[in-house]
Ligand binder design. Structure first.
Ligand code: PEP
Ligand code: CO
Length: 473
């Protein structure tokens, strides 16, 4: 393939080439994943129908730009080096029905409020990344589902099929690829408008919904934190003579699991002023735990794109395997390229994480470490309901901070499943939600999410934990 850097002699590229090697990985193309084993893919009945949807998808405009992607890469490099902190959060799975104004704005609101708490408490700029505008494909533990003797394909997320248990809903429908793109574009458009135009009030905790605070034994500390954020903002506004919303431009980025490879491939493009290939459906794709095989199709696809890449790391990952994976995905050891998202569970993180941190540290690899305290802490109650305990989530995060400190590595971010609504899906938190509460507002069709209050509380607890760590250093 012709190297784009040779074709264009523009300044931005010259600047860029000083920091990154200008070359595409060998034997890679946007379709080279097709020669590998691709797990977790649906089977489409009619190849012609799939091809015509993909053809359309290849022609549609992208959702993000290469400039934004490279800017985010720079920010993630900063986070790896301790100059920023990553907050990545959103739904486990978006659904087409949830592409509505209140759900999108409330989700954005909670992430923005959490990021203010974190900026103020950690004294670091926050890199905000949503799990949205494309988080439509889900890995599943089985290809089929059987109910009352009837077996149908499993639900793989709205980009593939529908959750209702009937033949038509469960058929893998290629038209859904286009609907996913359209819903992502609408979400993205609304998020960009909110960030550019509205949401000014959110900078001020006076407008936040903080009724839950009084239910916590830590209420005085929480109140002080919020008061201090308000004071700092007012001080800045007095100093500058303008509202904070006018001078603070908020950056926001999108991410999703790069699972459905036909979709990702169709949005993989070359652009005029940057060399290489970009996945322009999202800023920050990640490889899920079930699809991280080193010789598998997902790793093959991701190694060739220039987006920053996340990889989920679970308890079964061995240090050698992880180092090999890093070699394939980040051969040039570039800060910002790779984010390792560990998701071990509160019970296992103490044993499973240290050997991985030590191996990566000893190999001198520049990765950003991020903790997902959600996916290792999922449990099924006797009633069959899937939930997570706030205490376990908090516990895994606390332990992760301590383990990194002990290993001389840095925990530079968190990855959360959350919503801006007052759902009742996770147990505990200041209001101490119980098993009985779960039936009141359990709306997730996949994993249980932190609600508005639990999310804000977790941000405050992260600040508290980092304060404790600093005090004991
Ligand atoms: C997810 O992030 O929704 C997910 C399925 O995570 P993991 O790959 O870590 O299980
Ligand atoms: Co999930």
């Amino acid at each position: 393939m012709m190297n784009a850097a040779v074709q264009h002699g523009h300044d931005p590229m010259k600047r860029e080439s000083r920091v990154a090697p200008v070359r595409n990985p060998e034997n890679w193309s946007p379709t080279s994943w097709r020669a590998r084993t691709a797990v977790q893919q649906p089977s489409y009945a009619d190849p012609q129908e799939l091809e015509s949807a993909l053809h359309k998808l290849r022609e549609l405009p992208p959702l993000v730009t290469s400039w934004e992607i490279l800017a985010l890469r720079g920010m993630l490099a900063d986070a790896a080096e301790g100059r920023r902190f990553l907050l990545q959060g959103g739904d486990c799975a978006e659904s087409f029905d949830d592409c509505t104004s209140p759900l999108i704005s409330n989700r954005l609101k909670v992430i923005l409020q959490m990021s203010l708490v974190l900026t103020h408490g950690l004294k670091l700029p926050i890199v905000r990344v949503g799990r949205f505008a494309g988080q439509y494909a889900k890995p599943r533990s089985a290809d089929t589902e059987t109910r009352n003797g009837v077996t149908l394909p499993c639900y793989r997320g709205d980009i593939v099929n529908a959750p209702a248990f009937d033949v038509v809903s469960r058929r893998a429908d290629p038209q859904r690829l286009l609907l996913a793109h359209a819903s992502s574009a609408m979400t993205m458009n609304f998020v960009r408008s909110l960030i550019d135009g509205g949401f000014a009030d959110l900078h001020h905790p006076e407008y936040w919904d903080l009724a839950w605070v009084e239910h916590s034994p830590l209420q005085n500390e929480y109140r002080q934190m919020v008061e201090s954020i308000g004071n700092s903002l007012r001080f800045m506004e007095t100093l500058v003579g303008r509202s904070v919303a006018d001078f603070q431009r908020v950056d926001f980025h999108t991410s999703h699991e790069a699972l459905l490879l036909h979709y990702e491939e169709a949005q993989t493009r070359q652009v005029p002023r940057h060399w290489g290939w970009f996945n322009l459906s999202t800023h920050f794709p990640w490889i899920g735990m079930r699809t991280a095989a080193i010789d598998g199709a997902h790793v093959e696809y991701c190694r060739g794109i220039r987006n920053p890449i996340g990889v989920k790391v679970g308890t079964s990952t061995k240090p050698d395997q992880l180092l090999q994976l890093i070699d394939v995905l980040d051969p040039d050891n570039e800060a910002g390229r790779l984010t390792l998202i560990h998701r071990m569970g509160a019970k296992q993180v103490g044993k499973a994480l240290p050997p991985l941190l030590a191996a990566v540290r000893n190999a001198g690899r520049k990765v950003l470490w991020c903790c997902d305290p959600m996916h290792g802490n999922t449990e099924a109650l006797d009633s069959g309901v899937k939930t997570r305990r706030f205490e376990s989530i908090r516990d895994e995060l606390d332990q992760a901070f301590d383990i990194h400190a002990a290993e001389g590595t840095r925990l530079g971010g968190v990855h959360l499943e959350l919503t801006g609504e007052n759902v009742t899906e996770c147990l505990g938190g200041a209001r101490d939600l119980t098993e009985e509460d779960l039936s009141r507002a359990y709306r997730s069709s996949v994993d249980p999410r932190l609600n508005y209050e639990q999310s804000l509380e977790l941000a405050m607890l992260i600040v508290r934990k980092r304060g404790d760590l600093r005090a004991s250093a």
